[in-house]
Design a protein. Sequence first.
Length: 981
Amino acid sequence: MATIDQIAAQIRFGLEHLSARNAHHEFEHVCRYLTRARICSNVLPATGPVGQGGDQGRDFETFRTYLSNSTLAETAFVGLVSNKPLVFACTLQKQQIKGKIKFDVKKIMSSGSAVEGVHYFCSASVPIATRHELIKWARETYSVALEIHDGESLAELLAGRDVFWIAEKYLSVPSEIYPRSPTEDGGEWYVRQLERWKTSTSPPFSYADFSTLKAAGRHALNSENLCQDVPFWFRLIESFIDSDSNTPLRRRAIYEAAYLSLKYMKTLVGQENRLREYFASVPDLEEPADLEDAYPMMNYCAVIAHEGTSALTASEVSHWRQALIARVEEKLAQENTTNTHCLLLDIRGALSTSMDPAYPVRPTLDEAIEWWNKALDEVKDAPLYPLERLADRLTNYLKFFDEPAHYREFAKRLDSLLAQRSGEFTAAEKCFERAEVLYEKGHRLEAINHLHDSKIKWFAAETLARSLRSMLFISHCYAELGLQFAAKYYALAAAYVALKSNDPNVLALSAAGLAQAAECEYSHGAWCGFAELADIYLRSQAAFVNDPRNIERYPDLRMIVWNAAHIKFITQRLAPQLSSFIDDNINYWGIEDWVGDIDSQVGVNWERREVSEIWKILNTELRGIPFSDVGPKRNVQWSELGVKWNVTSANDYETTIAAEQFIAVLQIFLAELAEAELCLLKTDVQIYLNLSSNEVLTMTPHVSNDGRQWDISLPTSDSQVRRGQEVAFEAAVSILDEISLVHERQYTRILKRCFQQGLRSKLMVAQSYGTIYRFFIPKDFFDHSDRDSKQQLESPLPITPHESEELGWRSSPGPDYSRERAEKMLKARYSGSIPPIRITLRKLIKDEGFRATLNKLRAEGWLDWHFLNALSNIAVNYRVMHTPEAQRSEEAADWIGNALMNSEEREDAIPIPTSVFSEHEMRQAISLSMIHTLRLFGLELRQLTPDLRAIDLFLRSRYNYWTDDIEHEDIFANESSSASA
């Protein structure tokens, strides 16, 4: 739906198009009709042959009227009558406009009758200072009042509903750009039009009539209470098709009739021949607006043809599509103004998203973005190209198409150019609108990216409330992704900023932020934290919100009461010793009656359930155990990017702040990396976090081949506490580095790209987490909950952190993997693994103990190349260990090992007992060989003690390590086949 600003921008483009065509007569008509509607109605054209004096600089002028002295003096028409001699002049000239205006005024004043006022219309923009200078010059030089209406002024005037028909007739405005019926008059305009046309005895015939009928028809179509009027407006619009209307107006009427038929009656039956006429003229269309109109109508026809619900065939609509594309490309090849060229590129991009009904393949946005990027290349030289409409088009298309690979770069480029042209606030609005669309599609991570942009662009006094709403939306998205501490940070930050404002509307948002933060605490079981934030929320609600106790009016209040009631019910069943804690708070807040109402409705459901059933429900609905923030130690669990994270810390005030800050930073950081190819190991990471008096961050990894464990000591010196968020980020980077398999250089590039995309502003919003936490929860308030004295609940069920699909582990084929490359590597493995063990292999095949191991491992999925790989590694390592020269140095051992691996096994080689090839050794050998496989694919393991289980899963899932094989001889069948291998 076009805004008034977008309509004005389209009109400015149309005026520019008149200038490009040097269409002075059309411009004169525009100005004259607008004058009659807005300035004075008694005007006549003043044109004439040059030999007879020409128009003497006057494009039209007033004629004398005596109506103002008659009984009609109070009518609207007479209100626009001028009794003063006025002259009107207009020009499409863009250069040296100041001199042009002076020249024309001088010509007007030096010939003809006396003039008291001159109204000058120009399509170019005239700076205010220049306008004032010219007005003063005309007054002092000729004692005449000069009024200047430049392109911007004309566009604003023509955007009015009653005069918009002038723009439709002369400026080729697309059909989907039109002024909407006003709502502020209570629908009176529509009622007047309905009454007028139902009682009219004359058929509609003019552009003005068509414009009115179209606006009324669209208004009725979009109103549930008025849609029954659509057939009435439809019939009136059809009269333009059935009459001898001029071709452009007839074309618009065909479009509108088909549109109303499709949208209201859900059919194009009866419109087919009209549409055939409509599209038959496509090869001759000149105006970009006509080409732009044809695109959506062609899309409608394509869907109908594909469904087979009218006489339109897929082949003919396909032909229309090709003709339209050909005509747009033909126009692109011609010489155009930059404004027109950008619009044609815009239309061509839109056409690439259309479906060809003859070949119904779902289109994508990829090609469209290629065309639109070409438009953006030129847009700085096209000031009248309606860039905001391209932003709206992108938003609308996101409802139907997935975001292509380069979508984010294009969107950022578009927003940057839009901000330069229309201001940061306009760009912020477009970011927010796209975020809403993406959120509705379930693409919350991409929505968060746009919301971060709108948050920054709106962060100014006049739009602060919008910026805070972006922050609250970000918080909501993080919460739905299971990132409760990231969500809590953003909610508290919004409340913090709101409370620093003097604007009552902004202050009221503090309550919304606190309620959302309390919801985060509730959802991951931190119910002491919930009680504290609920308390502050209710105070903020009472201080800054009108009618604060109206529970029907405020969803946040209902949510707080509902959660408090559920905590009460669950505590009564699972931890009655803690009931007094929540009961005292409920009574103190004064919400006991509301909680009682909920108890009477749903409390009985909790009373009837078995304890085991309650725990099952909680394990599904919560992201942590109830009262997870009590006791001397606190555990926080969540799952993100395939990794199960567990942070254990002391439950005192300072450590809680540091731990929550660390977790919030880690969650935001990981969410930012969700789309990056990090080749993460799917593993468990246990972090034991504490505070120390050290001046620097201390991180100590535990020795483990199963999962990762870290001791992290955060510094408590004043200087380090102030940069606590940065310290937390440093720790997060180190932890992630250890479980990522991409090369160190690639990891650094990914981090650099994240910072280029605004990671710093995402990690730190308003103030650090610690500063904001202390602002809302001082130490005495925290201590009042007496967390340490309360006993933690023990769940009889294992707590499984829920992982959002968007933050799941990447299990697609890994970098550089292809079936062709895998086969090449397998050929090398088969040919390279046998020579160093050819003799040993003959002996092993005969050994019953080895054959038992062989059969057992085969049952588990081992392939022949796995056996050969393990056997050759065991054999070579054994011989290296038993070679005296290899004991001299690590370099010597490596050299001897490589020599043995790459040569044929000799008869006099060091003999190897078959017991060396035990099941345990085979498993150990294949696990260690996986590290070499990682290197073959350009990956890098940076763990001192490899996480073998996670590496196995990574190769199994992403490189088909346990399934890829090639045709080969049965190496382990018998001695002869082994020898010939």
